[in-house]
Structure formats: structure tokens, C-alpha cells
Design a protein around this ligand. Sequence first.
Ligand SMILES: N[C@@H](CCC(=O)N[C@@H](CS)C(=O)NCC(=O)O)C(=O)O
Length: 313
Amino acid sequence: MSTSRFTLYYYYSSFCSQKVLLALFEKDCRFNRKLVNLHTGEQNSPDYMRINSDGLVPVLKDGEKIIVESDKIIEYIDKEVKSGPKLIPDPNTSAGREVLRLRNLMADINVRLLTFGVIANQELSISGVKMPRIFLKIISGRSGRDMVTNLERNAVKYPDLRQAYLTKAEKTRRSIDDAFKKENVVKCLDDTERTFDQLEESLQSSQAGVSGKEYWLTGSQFNVADILLAVIMDRLTILGLEDRFFSKSRRPLLFDYQQRIGQKKSVQMLRAEAKKIGPLLLLSSVKSVAPYVGSVSVLVLAVGASIWYLKNK
Ligand SMILES: N[C@@H](CCC(=O)N[C@@H](CS)C(=O)NCC(=O)O)C(=O)O
């Protein structure tokens, strides 16, 4: 039974989904969930491509209305949901302009390249990539190239979606190539370093302007800029890059910020959500070997029966 007018199509480990989840949790907004398993390629099924022809999560459905792009979804939620704090201040105010500046600054961090690039070049991680081994196996193995082949196959199979499938196949091929070129990933990490310098400066001015300990990126209100930063920091931590980007000695205010966001209920809810990936992957991997397990059992039974027959003959 539907409990809310909103339905979110999302996946636990997707960075863009996490931004939207955190926004929904901050707004204390109820929503229906539709998990789109990126590891089994559900986002490329014709049914899903007919909802979002880019074959990407997240997607928000509000009745018949479909909203794509995480930033647009957050803007939509902020406008439509009256509960919870205002996440996006009016851009005509100085606070609003500062939030917009920080959103643009963080939008330039290529989280996809960082994620796949560090997984493909794990020597770039400082403390080691903290992802379930099975997850690493799935994304660093052949799965990317298999995905391209499947997309091209679907382009033939579903003529109404031909262009969408071909476009996605091309984009996927390019992003896999980029992630395997170490110099791209190194440059991306260096650019992120400069962004983090600016974020540390923002925290300095925010701290100076707020009396008390509860200060966030642009002042006392946790807003969309903080949502972006919280999710980026969690991703960098998973990639084993926390000591490079927000260690106590290099960027103390960001280090402290990371400790403080962990006390927020919405962030705890988000982290609990991200953890669900482990059991799900285990389940899909068991399912994928299940047919073989089935035939192996039949074989074992057959061999056992033959031995028994020969012995008792
Ligand atoms: N600009 C889009 C990007 C969405 C996106 O890249 N989603 C990723 C997960 S973070 C995805 O669905 N990947 C699956 C795929 O590439 O097949 C947004 O902000 O929503």
C-alpha cells in the first residue's frame, strides 16, 4: 500500500541517490522506495529506461510526475515538502548566493571518476578501499564491459529505445576508459584537494560568524551544501582517502565537521541505508550461482545413487 505521494527509485551505494536520501531524511519526508539494483543492471531494463531514458538513479515520482537529476530532485522536495528545515535558501540573499557558490564548487568534483578510478587503481587509496570484497569484484571485473555489450544488445532488441541505449553504451565505455587511466584519477584527486582547501576556508568563516559549536558550511543552518559535503566525505572515507582530505592535522575544521555530522539523525539513517548493500550483494551472488548449485546437487545425488547401486548389486 502506498504511504506517500513520493516514490524514490534509488540504490544504496549510489552517490546521487544518497544526496536525495539525506535530503528526504532531513525534511522528515515519508516516501515509497523502489530499489534499482545497479549491480544486476536493472537500471538498463527497458521498463526502467522508459522511466528514465538515461538509465540512471535516482528518480523521484510524484504521482504521474517524474523528476530526474539529484539536484533537481532536492530542489523539488525542498519546494514541495513543508516539513523540516529549508534546505535551499533564497538565491537573492547573501546566504543563498554562498550556498549556490558551494554547490557549484562541489558539483565539479567528479565523484564517479574518483570512485571507479580509485577502485581501478587501489594504490591511490591511503588506508585501503573499505567496500565489501564482493562489491569490488563486481565493479572492477568484467562487469563494466559486459554492461556495454548488454546495452548494445538491448539497442537492437528494443527499437523504441535504440538511441537511448546507444548513447548510454557510449557514455559507459568512455567512463570505464577514464577510470582506468591513472593520470585522470590523479588529476581529479589533485583538483579535489583545492576544493577541500576552499571548504576548510568556508568552515573558518562560518565558525567565526556563529556563536556556539553548532556551525555548518554556511552558518548555523544545515542545508543543501552540507548534504553534498556529507555525502562526498562519506564516499572519500569509503575510498580510504579521509587522511588525505580531512585529517586532523591538514584540515582540522573538516575533520571536526566529519565527527559532528555523524551525530545527526539524518546522517545516521543514511549510513544505515548504505550498509544494506552488503547483504543485498551476498544475496544476488548466491542467486547467481543457485542454478549451478542445483545441478551440482543433482550430480552428487546421481553419483551417490550409482555407488550405492554398485555396492548393493
Ligand atoms: N546527474 C545525475 C547522475 C546520476 C548518476 O550518475 N547515477 C549513477 C549512480 S550515482 C547511476 O545510476 N549509475 C548507473 C549506470 O551508470 O548504469 C544525477 O545527479 O542524478
